[in-house]
Design a protein. Structure first.
Length: 754
C-alpha cells in the first residue's frame, strides 16, 4: 500500500479491505477529514437485486404450512386438489412423495408487527446457488459483500458487518473478534429456510442486532407418529470454475426419539469470469453434523454437534496495491448445542434452556510488497508474509419461561462468555533495486492481545390480540464487560470496559379484510468488538491501525410502517407488501487518519458518524394452476447527518421479477423458472465507486425421472460482465449448473405413510 501525504485536505469516504489479522472493513464513515491516502484496494459498495416468490414471504401472512418429513422442509399446503403430487413436492422445486406435518424451528413466529421475510428451501436452492449468501441475493434489503466466491458477508438495509446479527437455529454466530459473521460456514445443503428480520431488534437479541437479524434454519423435527427411516443423496456441479458439492443425509424419527446424521464435501477450482480465470479464488469445504433428540411427555431434549470448515479460501478481493495475496487457510466452526424444553400446561409456564459451546477459527495469510523511494528514486522493496491464527471460544446459556393466557408473556435471559487470541508471525525480506536480499527478519506477536468479553442479559416480551388488533412489545437489559491483557508490543491504559444498554421495541397491526396495515419501532445497539478496542498492528505492510478502548456503543432507532396482505386474502395471492422504513444511527464506528510516524500512515478507531437510512420496499406474488409470478423492488437512500453528504454505500433502486411455469407435458413433474434482476446505476458518489446500471437473467429447468430430481440452471444468461455493486470481485460469466437429488424414503419395511 502506498501513501502520499499532501498539504491539502478533503472530505471523502474510504471503502477499504484491510486484511491482516482478519480485519476487514467494508463501509467506512463519510466526511472524515484526512490527508490524501491512495488506497488501491478500494471498491464500490451498493446492493444486489432482490426477488420475492412463495419462498420469500412475510411471516405474518403465510398461510398454514406443512413440512415434508422426508426433507424436513416447509411446504405451502394450499388447496390445489387437482395437483396433490405437486403440493407434496413444493420444496424440491416441483415434486416429491407425500407430505407429513412437522414443526419448523425459527424466529419469525415471534415477530408479526414488522417485516419478516422467510426464504423457504424451494426459493433458496432455485437457480442452484453455491452458498447461503448467494441464495439471499434476491431478498429486499439484503446486499452481498464479496472478497471471494466463498467469502461473502451480508449487508441489511445499508448496514454491514457485525451490525447484522447472523444466527443458525437461534444460535449467534457473530464473534467478539468482529468482522461480521460468515454465512458460508453453514452448508446450503443443510438449510431448511432462512429468516430475515430487518430493522433494529436489540430488544429481543441484544448486541449486534443494530440492523436486524438473519437466522439460518437447519433443524427439522426428530419426532413422528410412527418409526420412519429416510435417507437422501444430493450432488451439484457447475462450469466453468470446476465447482461441486456432494451431500448425504440419514434420518430416523419415531414418537419418542430421533437421530439425524449428515455430511458433505465441496470444492471450487477457481472463479471464472469473461476475462478468464481469477487467481487465488478457489476453496475446499467439509461439513458434518449429528443430532439426536428424545421426548418424555411434555419434555424434550435435543443435542447436536456440527462441524464446518473451509480450507485454502482464496481472496482475490484482497489483492491490489501493496497486497499480492490474501487467503484463509482455515475458516472453521465447531458447535455443541443442547436444548431442554418443557411445554407449558395450564398455570404451569413453558420452560426452555439452551446451552451452546462454539469454537471458531480464523487463520489468515497475507503477503504484501512495499516499495521505498528516496528523493523520487526507487531504492528497495520490503516483502512481508504475515500469518495470523485466531481462535475464539464462545459459551452461552439462554433460559426462558413462557406464560400462557392474556399477554403471552415471556421472561428470558442470556449469559455469554467469549475469549479470543492467537499468534501472529511475520517474515520480512528486504531487497535492493537489483533484487539482491539485503536483510531478513522474523517477528512474533499478536494482532489483538488475549482478550475476553462476558455478557449477561435479562428481558421481557409480551404479545396480545384484541379484536383483530395485534400488539407486541419487548425490552431487554444488556451488560457486556470487555477486558484484555497487556503484552510486550501492545499496551493500552484502559484494559477493562463495561457497556450497559436498555433496548426495546413494539408494534401494532390490524387486519381489515384482505389488507393489514402495521407499524413497528425498535432500538438497536452494537458494542465495540475486540479488534476495535485492542487491535494494534500493521495492515497491508504499510499502514498501522490502533484500537480504541474508549469507543462508545453504536446505537440505532428504526421505524417502519406498511400495508400487507392478511390471512383473509384471496387464495391466488401468495403475498403482497408495501413498506417504508427509516433508521437513525448514532456513533457509527470507523477509523480515521491520525498522522504518520516513520513514513507509516496511522489510523485509529473513533465514533465519527451519525447517519440516516431510509427507503421503500415492495413485494408481491401470485399463483394459479401451477403458475407463479413474483415481483419485488426496493428504493434505498441515506445521508450523513453531520455533513449532509450522501452515504456512498447505500445502494440504488433495484427490482426483480420471477416466473415459474409448469411444463409437465414436456418433462415429468417439470417446470421452467426464470428470474430477471435489475440494478440502477450508482451515481452521485466518488468516481471510483460509480457503476452503470445492469440486469441479469437466470433460467432453470427441473423434473423428476426415475425417482431422481434433476435441475439444470443457466445463470447470467445474457449479461456476462457485471459486478454486484457492494462486492470486491467480478461475477462469473455465463454459468451452467446441474443438480441431482435422490430420496430413499419409503424403502424400509416399517416406513408407513401417515
Amino acid at each position: 500500500m502506498k501513501s502520499a501525504p499532501s498539504h491539502s485536505r478533503r472530505q471523502l469516504t474510504i471503502v477499504a479491505l484491510l486484511g491482516l489479522g482478519g480485519i476487514h472493513f467494508y463501509s467506512i464513515a463519510s466526511g472524515t477529514a484526512i490527508d490524501t491516502i491512495d488506497i488501491a484496494a478500494t471498491h464500490p459498495a451498493v446492493p444486489a437485486a432482490d426477488s420475492t416468490l412463495h419462498g420469500v414471504r412475510d411471516a405474518a401472512v403465510v398461510r398454514p404450512a406443512a413440512a415434508d418429513s422426508t426433507l424436513g422442509l416447509r411446504v405451502i399446503a394450499r388447496s390445489h386438489a387437482a395437483d396433490s403430487t405437486l403440493r407434496g413436492m413444493r420444496d424440491t422445486v416441483t415434486v416429491l412423495p407425500p407430505v407429513r406435518v412437522d414443526g419448523a424451528r425459527g424466529l419469525a413466529g415471534g415477530r408479526t408487527t414488522a417485516t419478516t421475510n422467510r426464504v423457504e428451501r424451494a426459493q433458496a436452492i432455485r437457480f442452484l446457488p453455491a452458498t447461503v449468501s448467494d441464495a439471499l441475493a434476491m431478498v429486499p434489503g439484503v446486499d452481498l459483500i464479496r472478497t471471494g466466491p466463498w467469502s461473502t458477508r451480508l449487508s441489511l438495509r445499508g448496514l454491514t458487518g457485525d451490525r447484522v446479527l447472523l444466527m443458525v437455529d437461534g444460535v449467534q454466530m457473530n464473534s467478539v473478534r468482529g468482522h461480521g459473521a460468515q454465512s458460508s460456514l453453514v452448508a446450503l445443503d443443510r438449510v431448511s429456510a432462512v429468516e430475515v428480520l430487518p430493522g433494529a431488534a436489540s430488544g429481543q437479541f441484544g448486541s449486534d442486532a443494530l440492523a436486524g437479524v438473519i437466522n439460518i434454519v437447519t433443524h427439522r423435527s426428530l419426532f413422528g407418529d410412527t418409526p420412519r427411516l429416510t435417507a437422501a443423496l444430493d450432488a451439484r456441479g457447475s462450469e466453468p470454475g470446476g465447482s461441486y458439492t456432494q451431500n448425504a443425509r440419514a434420518r430416523f424419527t419415531s414418537p419418542r426419539g430421533g437421530l439425524e446424521v449428515s455430511g458433505g464435501l465441496g470444492n471450487l477450482d477457481h472463479l471464472h469470469t469473461p476475462d478468464g480465470s481469477v487467481a487465488n479464488s478457489g476453496d475446499r469445504e467439509e461439513d458434518f453434523a449429528v443430532r439426536g433428540g428424545t421426548k418424555w411427555g411434555p419434555a424434550t431434549f435435543d443435542v447436536e454437534h456440527s462441524h464446518h470448515a473451509a480450507r485454502d479460501v482464496g481472496l482475490p478481493g484482497f489483492t491490489g496495491g501493496a497486497v499480492v495475496a490474501g487467503s484463509y487457510p482455515l475458516e472453521g466452526r465447531d458447535a455443541q448445542r443442547a436444548e431442554f424444553a418443557v411445554k407449558g400446561n395450564g398455570a404451569l409456564p413453558g420452560l426452555r434452556l439452551l446451552g451452546v459451546h462454539q469454537v471458531m477459527r480464523t487463520y489468515f495469510d497475507e503477503t504484501s510488497i512495499d516499495s521505498t523511494w528516496i528523493r523520487g528514486h526507487f531504492t528497495s522493496t520490503l516483502t512481508r508474509a504475515a500469518s495470523d491464527r485466531v481462535t475464539t471460544h464462545v459459551s452461552s446459556l439462554e433460559p426462558s419461561l413462557r406464560f400462557g393466557g392474556p399477554g403471552n408473556v415471556q421472561v428470558f435471559g442470556e449469559w455469554r462468555r467469549e475469549a479470543a487470541g492467537g499468534p501472529l508471525t511475520a517474515d520480512m525480506v528486504t531487497r535492493d533495486r537489483d533484487g539482491t536480499v539485503t536483510n531478513t527478519a522474523t517477528s512474533e506477536g499478536v494482532s489483538v492481545p488475549p482478550a475476553r468479553r462476558t455478557a449477561w442479559a435479562a428481558g421481557l416480551a409480551a404479545s396480545h390480540t384484541l379484536s383483530n388488533i395485534k400488539l407486541e412489545a419487548d425490552a431487554r437489559y444488556d451488560v457486556l464487560r470487555s477486558s484484555a491483557d497487556s503484552t510486550v508490543n501492545i499496551h493500552t491504559s484502559i484494559l477493562d470496559v463495561t457497556d450497559r444498554r436498555v433496548s426495546a421495541e413494539g408494534g401494532v397491526s390490524r387486519a381489515f379484510g384482505a389488507a393489514e396495515p402495521y407499524a413497528h419501532v425498535g432500538t438497536g445497539f452494537r458494542a465495540p468488538n475486540l479488534d476495535e478496542r485492542y487491535f494494534n498492528n500493521t495492515i497491508h505492510g504499510g499502514l498501522r491501525l490502533f484500537g480504541n478502548p474508549a469507543l462508545r456503543s453504536e446505537r440505532s432507532r428504526s421505524y417502519e410502517a406498511g400495508l400487507r396482505s392478511s390471512a383473509a386474502a384471496p387464495e391466488w395471492l401468495t403475498t403482497a407488501r408495501l413498506s417504508a422504513y427509516r433508521s437513525d444511527v448514532d456513533d457509527l464506528i470507523s477509523f480515521k487518519y491520525i498522522g504518520q510516524l516513520g513514513l507509516v500512515p496511522r489510523f485509529q478507531y473513533f465514533n465519527v458518524q451519525r447517519a440516516r437510512i431510509e427507503g421503500l420496499e415492495a413485494a408481491g406474488a401470485v399463483r394459479s394452476n401451477g403458475w407463479e409470478l413474483g415481483i419485488s423492488g426496493t428504493l434505498p437512500r441515506g445521508r450523513d447527518l453531520t455533513t449532509g453528504d450522501k452515504l456512498e454505500d447505500m445502494g440504488t433502486a433495484r427490482a426483480s421479477i420471477e416466473l415459474i411455469a409448469p411444463v409437465r407435458r414436456l418433462l415429468p413433474y417439470g417446470s421452467i423458472s426464470t428470474r430477471v434482476r435489475w440494478n440502477d446505476a450508482v451515481r452521485g458518489v466518488s468516481q471510483v465507486l460509480r457503476q452503470p446500471a445492469f440486469s441479469t437473467t437466470s433460467v432453470q429447468a427441473d423434473c423428476v425421472i426415475g425417482g431422481v430430481r434433476a435441475a439444470f440452471a443457466v445463470n447470467n444468461l445474457w449479461n456476462t460482465r457485471y459486478r454486484e455493486p457492494m462486492s470486491f470481485i467480478a461475477e462469473p460469466g455465463r454459468t451452467f449448473a446441474l443438480s441431482l437429488y435422490r430420496d430413499f424414503s419409503g424403502r424400509w419395511p416399517f416406513n408407513r405413510e401417515s
